[in-house]
Design a protein around this ligand. Structure first.
Ligand SMILES: Nc1nc2c(ncn2[C@@H]2O[C@H](COP(=O)(O)OP(=O)(O)O)[C@@H](O)[C@H]2O)c(=O)[nH]1
Ligand SMILES: [Mg+2]
Length: 395
């Protein structure tokens, strides 16, 4: 799973990326470094199962603090999109290509309205509502460009060879993981005519929008909530886009708090709705943190950054966290307690879980056990968030 951070220049993408990926790298325990400087690991958080068993876990990756388990999720900071990017304007197509691999997008909007559509400071303010439309339009246009590549010839050829429309769409949009099944499902809903060459431009755009919503769902991060006027724009955004998840955040505040926490100046973990100053601070540092407390953390019950990532992964992409464990012991052969926590699609069964650990486990699947209740679970049993599951397999 890969979450892409997008938005116009200077909306705060890199600040958000930095704050998300600045887990204390020592406790997060990554044995590898990413080569791409714009890619890194953030963490979604779930109540850790270790608490229910009165133990302290030892995560292989990620970390656990106060029985909150932080599970890694890959994120990418996609460089600024400007109007016309799909035509190669600004940094253009390379960055749109970066998006190809993302399963979901966080659209960072400068809710303070202090920068224009190219990210330049602006007197008198800019309406952030416009940013939402422009970004979706850019992505739609770009996807359409890909579909329309050699479209006329492909459509004609498909018609002559009686290739079914969904097969053509899957072929043209393969880069976005549009499978034949998905294309079939989407086209069934849209109910276009059977002759592909007669599809209108509007129909094609409707298809593109549907593909975009399915393969690149967008969550909106209303950033810079620490600045005056952002609260008014947040309310306007919510009113204008009722179907969207819109999360108020202050990326800069989160970054400051994580940095201070890593230096033991404050007691704070991502997602907390308060923090405590514990170290010796200069007057300027103290003032800065007090501002963050009164203008962000107390007002919005946190900086919003953890809520943002959790909402993207658990609500928008509909994942859940599952812990492998044993009824007789929760540790692996090295004595590490509950070392793993997997993110699986909601609706996954005990068999899906076995397969996600190892194909052998699935092939030899005998039964699963809910480690908390010790109840036997069959292949088709649908798991729920934070379950601890043992797989009994003949292989
Ligand atoms: N006040 C405020 N400024 C922010 C926030 N997040 C980012 N910024 C500032 O906005 C400017 C652009 O941020 P940056 O992350 O480089 O934007 P990018 O171009 O989208 O990557 C920088 O001066 C940041 O310090 C925030 O939450 N509050
Ligand atoms: Mg940047």
């Amino acid at each position: 799973m890969l979450v892409g951070i997008v938005g116009k220049p200077n909306c705060g993408k890199s600040t958000l990326f930095k704050s998300i990926t600045l887990a204390n790298i020592l406790i997060a325990n990554y044995p590898f470094a990413t080569i791409d400087p714009n890619k890194g690991f953030g963490h979604v958080s779930v109540p850790c199962a270790d608490k229910d068993f009165n133990v302290q876990c030892n995560p292989r990756v990620g970390f656990c603090k106060d029985h909150v388990r932080f599970v890694p999720v890959e994120v990418i900071d996609v460089a600024g999109l400007v109007p016309g990017a799909h035509e190669g304007k600004g940094l253009g197509n390379k960055f749109l290509d970066d998006l190809n691999h993302a399963d979901a997008l966080i659209h960072v909007v400068d809710a303070s309205g202090t920068t224009n559509e190219r990210g330049e400071p602006i007197e008198g303010g800019h309406d952030p509502l416009k940013d939402v439309e422009f970004l979706e339009d850019e992505i739609n246009q770009w996807m359409k460009g890909i579909l329309m590549k050699a479209w006329e010839r492909a459509a004609r050829a498909a018609q002559q060879t009686h290739l079914e429309p969904f097969k053509l769409i899957a072929k043209q949009m393969g880069a976005f993981d549009v499978t034949e099944d998905l294309a079939k499902e989407l086209l069934k809903k849209l109910n276009f005519g059977p002759e592909i060459t007669k599809w209108t431009d509007d129909e094609i755009m409707t298809l593109i929008k549907t593909i975009r919503q399915t393969t690149k769902p967008i969550i909106i991060a209303a950033n810079k909530m620490d600045l005056p006027g952002a609260d008014v724009n947040l309310a306007r955004l919510k009113e204008a886009y009722p179907g969207y998840a819109i999360i108020p955040i202050s990326a800069e505040s989160e970054l400051a708090l994580r940095e201070a926490a890593n230096k033991s100046l404050v007691s704070y973990k991502p997602g907390d709705d308060t923090f405590e100053i514990i170290g010796a601070l200069s007057d300027a540092q103290k003032k800065g943190l007090e501002y963050i407390k009164s203008h962000v953390v107390e007002k919005y019950k946190g900086t919003g950054v953890q809520v943002l990532l959790n909402t993207a992964v658990f609500e928008m992409l509909k994942y859940m966290a599952i812990f492998p464990g044993g009824v007789n012991k929760l540790a692996d052969s090295n004595g590490n307690v509950l070392p793993d926590c997997f993110l699986l699609r909601q609706g996954s069964t005990a068999l899906d879980f076995a397969a996600s650990i190892h194909t052998d486990l699935a092939q030899g699947f005998i039964r699963a056990i809910d480690v908390r209740t010790k109840k036997t679970l069959g292949k088709e049993h649908v798991l729920k968030n934070c379950d601890v599951v043992e797989i009994i397999s003949s292989k």
